[in-house]
Design a protein around this ligand. Structure first.
Ligand SMILES: Nc1ncnc2c1ncn2[C@@H]1O[C@H](COP(=O)(O)OP(=O)(O)O)[C@@H](O)[C@H]1O
Ligand SMILES: [Mg+2]
Length: 209
């Protein structure tokens, strides 16, 4: 529709032209992203995802993914902190897969973390495990919905209402990739713990949601 309006030259002002062009660009980006996700997903589901596992440094993969995400962070006015344990052992992993995991989790943190969200990416090592977490201090996820968010196409009631953008595929991809690495994915959220639900800025509540 906006493309047609532009082509017809029926613009009330030059600003309108720019506005339409911006909408077209944004929507094209969104569709590209969606298509990429669907393609990755169908490949992975058919077991055709050529997981290319090799010994790598997950901290480096995380740092690179976060860097690629940085322009989005700046644009959205959220803050991002990265905490990486020192001297993490190398592990067998698929770098593209892990990058996709991070993109999806970061995208969710920005999308659902609310205005001025504070996002933390943390990578810790324990005996025989590496633990990667992405935390935001937004409204969180209701208890009864937590076990469903990793299901294909599932979106919470809050997300369906407020954020039209999204297909509910991201987290099922994340789960699939985590399991393909011999790991698992979990959610830890207490609605109201973040500061955005009640707009409560007292220290007590300013913990990650
Ligand atoms: N950081 C978050 N805070 C609150 N809700 C979240 C968060 N991340 C995911 N969700 C919920 O989980 C649902 C599934 O996530 P995902 O599969 O990535 O789908 P979407 O296409 O909506 O991003 C989202 O629709 C949203 O309801
Ligand atoms: Mg998502």
């Amino acid at each position: 529709m906006f493309g047609e309006l532009l082509a017809l030259g029926k613009l009330r002002s030059p600003e309108k032209g720019k506005e339409y062009a911006d909408i077209i660009t944004r929507e094209a980006e969104r569709l590209t992203h969606l298509i990429d996700n669907v393609l990755d997903f169908s490949r992975i589901e058919r077991g055709k995802a050529a997981y290319d596992a090799k010994m790598s440094d997950l901290a480096e993969v995380v740092a690179r993914a976060v860097d690629l995400f940085r322009h989005r962070i700046e644009r959205e006015g959220v803050t991002l902190k990265t905490i990486l344990d020192d001297h993490l052992p190398e592990t067998l992993l698929d770098e593209n897969g892990m990058t996709l995991v991070l993109f999806n989790l970061l995208d969710n943190a920005v999308k659902y973390g609310g205005e001025h969200a504070e996002i933390t990416v943390r990578l810790q090592s324990g005996p025989g495990v590496l633990r990667l977490s992405v935390t935001d201090n937004g409204p969180g996820i209701q208890r009864d919905e937590q076990r469903r968010i990793f299901e294909r196409f599932y979106r919470t009631r809050a997300a369906r209402g407020k954020h039209a953008r999204g297909s509910g595929i991201g987290l099922s991809l994340v789960k699939h990739i985590a399991e393909a690495h011999g790991g698992r994915v979990t959610v830890d959220s207490e609605p109201g713990r973040g500061r955005h639900l009640h707009g409560d800025h007292t220290g007590a509540r300013r913990r990650p949601g």
